[in-house]
Ligand binder design. Structure first.
Ligand code: G6P
Length: 601
């Protein structure tokens, strides 16, 4: 979390940094700031709130000849979101921006106070900035001071640093947080993510842990441990300029929900063209483990359902934040699948590193080319959602579900539980019909009506069986994320074991019932809720008479063959959350407290 950008060159640094920060805002947006080097020295501007607020402040300053600078958009870890806690932090000698957490900041603060430093922020970052100042005063050498700084730090960091003595130069160093150096013509960049400089250059260098970079407009030097000069590979990003157009949609989230048919088709096309491991890879697998965080975990749970159902291979699932600390039981014919949109989630990356250290096969399902998780896995299945700007994930989720289905079918073929023809016909059916199926959900008018009922309540429950249980978890997460309505998801049979005590007259219970296998059972669970006053909103196929007759409101999805139902039901629950948040006037694309990419554990 937190987005960093730095620029040095002939362009207007304040403008370039502002536009980069807009592109990085998905990483956090509770406060922002920048330090700009101008002919009159280093100028720092900070604000609580969004980059747009910072932009106004920066414009009002009318910097003249702003040739270099560093900027930051923050997701608070230490200290509330406020102007004083916004980055950059530092002194008259040095200013820095930081992404990560300095775990030993309390000890550093104590020690620095003894050296006369006074802290006016609650951040961990200020301790790092003062430590660097102290080292620089002693060393009078930027690279040596940075090398000494990192010896004092515990935790994770990516820093962008400017010394007042070298106002056209950006320094950078990282550990366990991403940092790229963009290479332009007579201008260079640093950023947490390619998107921040992709409108200027596609060429970049990836900084590795412990390496220190010195960047001017015409030169990039990278030093390894011990001060040895390194000559790093230059990579070329294969993404286009980031689309910031909403294309007539009121919110990015709605646009991205509507992009799902194309994203799923693109993913299927890409993976079916030889871009995923073939059946030989899955032949000897005895156990699957799936680990991820948030929405990606819900796709993983649906993947578990697919793999167990189609391939009859057992699947263990565990949230990455738990998996990494639990000393997981892994055997040589196991495989660990890691799912991540960003490819940089700290817990998922740590889980991957743990598995790698045990020499067990790893397969990542990732949406971001060249991300840490993709690079460090034995094998990658790339999903093709494109850039997702809304913080609440939608199209990235459905493509993960599609990738899990393809993985399950390949495994089923490998295990001779299915022929290639059977697997192809399922995939072909989805490919050919997803657009029609989702369009009918997009045009449903019951979703908005149901959202009116939900928006008037404080508590909502989701129930489902089989993969619908996992879709319920995702629906519940979407609702919480963007509408701030409390919501919980339960396996339909489980609600009665305690939670049903919370059902009172009018409590909305969203029953996802798309699998006829379970109609009779979930109908009973619906009756249990109804008899306690619950208001049933079901999500079910048009011909699910048994479910419709016990529902107060039914959101209907097409009767399409089963494989499409998880996709159309996903679109329905995403739209339900969207319309509820819209009715409540919430900030749909940038919900409070959240960040899209979580690089701290
Ligand atoms: C954050 C995001 C979620 C996302 C999760 C995992 O919490 O807000 O939308 O599902 O991280 O992210 P990943 O990039 O690993 O899929």
């Amino acid at each position: 979390m937190c987005g960093i950008i730095g620029y040095t060159g002939y362009g207007d640094a304040s403008e370039i940094i502002t536009s980069g920060l807009h592109l990085l805002e998905y990483r956090g947006y509770d406060s922002a700031g920048m330090t700009i080097c101008t002919d009159s020295g280093l100028m720092t501007v900070k604000t609580e709130g969004r980059v747009s607020e910072l932009e106004k402040k920066v414009k009002s300053k009318q910097f003249k000849n702003a040739f270099c600078g560093i900027g930051h958009t923050r997701w608070a870890t230490h200290g509330e979101p406020s102007e004083k806690n916004a980055h950059p932090h530092g002194t008259g000698n040095v200013m820095l921006v930081h992404n990560g957490i300095i775990e030993n900041c309390a000890e550093l603060r104590q020690m620095l106070k003894k050296h006369g430093y006074r802290f006016d922020s609650d951040t961990d970052t200020q301790a790092a900035a003062y430590m660097l100042d102290l080292e620089y005063k002693e060393e009078k050498d930027s690279i040596k001071a940075i090398a000494d700084l990192i010896k004092h730090l515990k935790g994770s960091y990516a820093f962008g640093i400017i010394f007042a003595d070298e106002p056209d130069t950006i320094y950078s160093v990282k550990k366990d947080s991403p940092l790229l150096i963009g290479i332009g013509e007579n201008e260079n960049f640093i950023a947490s993510d390619i998107s921040a400089f992709i409108n200027h250059t596609k060429k970049y260098i990836r900084l590795c842990d412990g390496e220190i970079a010195r960047i001017t407009k015409s030169d990039i030097e990278v030093y390894g441990t011990g001060g040895k000069r390194l000559f790093k590979d230059i990579e070329t990003a294969d993404i286009g300029a980031v689309e910031l157009e909403k294309k007539g949609f009121e919110h990015y989230m709605l646009k991205e929900i509507y992009e799902q048919p194309e994203a799923v088709r693109k993913t299927i096309r890409f993976l079916s063209n030889g871009n995923m491991p073939d059946t030989r890879y899955f032949k000897d697998i005895e156990v699957f483990h799936i680990t991820a965080c948030g929405t990606a975990m819900h796709a993983g749970l649906i993947g578990k359902y697919f793999i167990e159902n189609f391939a009859r291979v057992p699947v263990y699932t565990e949230l990455a934040g738990e998996f990494r600390y639990k000393n997981p039981i892994l055997s040589k014919n196991d495989i660990v699948a890691l799912i991540s949109q960003s490819g940089e989630t700290a817990d998922t990356l740590a889980a991957l590193r743990l598995v790698n250290s045990r020499n067990i096969k790893t397969l990542s399902i990732v949406n971001t080319d060249g991300s840490a998780i993709a690079r460090e896995s034995d094998n990658v299945i790339y999903t093709k959602a494109g850039t997702e700007i809304a913080v609440a994930s939608t199209k990235a989720f459905t493509v993960q579900v599609a990738a899990m289905l393809l993985t399950a079918l390949k495994t089923a073929e490998a295990k001779e539980k299915m022929t290639k023809g059977e697997a192809d016909s399922i995939i072909g059916y989805i490919y050919n019909n997803i657009e029609r199926s989702l369009l009918s959900v997009f045009h449903s008018d019951t979703i908005e009506k149901a959202s009116e009922i939900i928006s008037a309540r404080h508590d909502v429950f989701f129930i489902g069986r089989g993969y619908d249980n996992y879709l319920g978890m995702e629906g519940s997460l979407k609702l919480k994320e963007i509408s701030y309505i409390h919501s919980e998801a339960y396996a339909a049979g489980e609600l009665k074991h305690g939670t049903i005590s919370l059902i009172e007259k009018g409590t909305p219970v969203i029953a996802i019932a798309t699998d006829e296998l379970y109609y009779d059972k979930i109908k009973n669970n619906i009756e249990e809720v109804k008899s306690r006053g619950g208001y049933i909103i079901s999500v079910c196929p048009e011909n699910a008479e048994k479910i419709k007759e016990v529902s107060d409101t039914a959101i209907l999805i097409p009767n399409d063959d089963k494989p499409l139902r998880p996709f159309s039901a996903a679109a329905a629950i995403q739209l339900l959350a969207y319309h509820t948040a819209k009715k409540l006037g919430k900030d749909i694309d940038k919900p409070r407290n959240l960040a899209k990419s979580v690089t701290v554990e």
